[in-house]
Design a protein around this ligand. Structure first.
Ligand code: ATP
Length: 393
């Protein structure tokens, strides 16, 4: 379904702009009118990470007049494999500032607005109201649901993308013309069920594949050309090299945009809604959590412990705590690995940061290992506090 252009055209293009955008201007569908609309557009990129990097660079190069960047994080060395808007000299600096510097190099005609902060329920509406279009390149469910809710409540369209390993998805959510994210995913997945890129990894170049689709959709929405991905989910498999489009319908029972909405304003706490740790896991870890320093003391004192790393084999290849045995969480949850746990030793579980080990602990306790414990902060805390010589990821 073709939609009218989202943005009115700017009054005119300068001589410099005409030279710079000439390859757009000679495409009949874009032309002077389309380029003027791009110039007048105000687009906010949420996240200047894997998806935000190519998205921001191409939106800037395309001549989007105002680009907002919101990110609270600083550039880490492990970001450089895919976050191509940042470079070695940017490590340690705020991502929003580093991204703005790269944009100035690509296209100094763009007006960049830096929001060096976390998007949260207190600022989201005020920030979104300054823009015509939102491009979501974040990596967590709490932010995604909040972006969706704020966009629906303000009547703004947004382009969504998501990536994991070799798989990507993209869509355009615009309540006025189609479904919202909640129509597609009414509930967040149970905590721990969908691993993040930090846990499962992502092929760097996948960010370019999905990020460029997001920019393509943004340009179509702004200029009113083509058929935007409203009501369609694009699913990309880089290994198969396949693109599929799945129809997504507006859900009449959607809690937000359905006929009888139960969500009429932003939620009080999106982290809580998405549950960092499930209730069972929360119960399992209360009183059964040790710190990395306690683990080190137990090891140094010769205590008879069975230390289990519940991460995946690829993570185990990167770093490991001395004395640990690898038993991935899935094998514990399925019951397959239970026979490997001794009855007469103190069982200690750890993962990367403490979420998966909490889930595994809940399963182990319900299988009868009542004294098992897990390590708060996982191997990340171990590297930070006990052995900084280990590589981190
Ligand atoms: N609520 C939020 N407000 C602002 N920025 C956010 C918010 N949630 C996520 N982000 C940003 O979105 C980006 C997501 O990108 P990506 O997952 O590639 O980066 P990352 O978090 O650095 O990666 P990794 O988790 O693998 O280290 C990050 O830069 C992150 O800081």
């Amino acid at each position: 379904m073709a939609l009218p252009p989202l943005v009115e055209p700017a009054a005119e293009l300068s001589v410099d702009e005409i030279r710079r955008y000439s390859r757009h201007l000679i495409i009949p569908d874009v032309g002077m009118d389309g380029q003027k609309r791009l110039k007048n557009a105000k687009v906010l990129a949420v996240g200047a990470g894997g998806l935000g990097s190519p998205t921001l660079l191409y939106l800037a190069a395309a001549g989007v007049g105002t680009l907002g960047i919101i990110d609270f994080d600083t550039v880490d060395e492990s970001n450089l494999q895919r976050q191509i808007i940042h470079g070695v000299s940017d490590v340690g600096t705020p991502k929003a500032e580093s991204a703005a510097r790269s944009i100035a190099e690509v296209n100094p005609l763009v007006n960049v607005v830096i929001h060096n902060t976390a998007l949260d329920r207190d600022n989201v509406k005020e920030i979104f109201s300054q823009y015509d279009l939102i491009v979501d390149g974040t990596d967590n469910f709490a932010t995604r649901y909040m972006v969706n809710d704020a966009a629906v409540l303000l009547g703004k369209p947004y382009v969504w993308g998501s990536i994991y390993r070799f798989d990507g998805q993209a869509s355009v959510f615009w309540e006025e013309h189609g479904p919202c994210y909640r129509c597609l995913y009414p509930e967040p997945p149970p905590p721990g069920m969908v691993p993040s890129c930090a846990e499962g990894g992502v092929l760097g170049v996948l960010c370019a594949s999905i990020g460029s689709i997001q920019v393509n959709e943004a340009i179509k929405l702004i200029t009113g050309i083509g058929e935007p991905l409203v009501g369609r989910l694009m699913v990309y498999d880089a290994l198969e090299m396949s693109y599929r489009k799945i129809k997504v319908r507006k859900d009449p029972n959607c809690a937000l945009c359905g006929e009888n909405p139960t969500v009429t304003d932003l939620l009080e706490d999106y982290e809580d809604f998405c549950g960092a740790v499930s209730e069972e896991a929360q119960e399992a870890i209360s009183g059964s959590t040790i710190s990395v320093r306690e683990l080190k003391d137990w090891q140094d004192s010769g205590k008879d412990i069975f230390l289990v790393d519940v991460r995946e084999p690829a993570e185990w290849e990167i770093n490991r705590i001395p004395g640990a045995t690898l038993i991935p969480k899935g094998e514990i949850l399925s019951g397959e690995a239970l026979a490997r746990f001794p009855q007469d030793k103190q069982i200690v579980l750890h993962c990367k940061s403490g979420v998966r080990s909490a889930e595994a602990l809940a399963a182990l306790k319900s299988a009868g290992f009542k004294d098992a414990v897990h390590v708060q902060g996982g191997i990340v805390a171990w590297v930070n506090l006990i052995d900084p010589s280990l590589p981190s990821y």
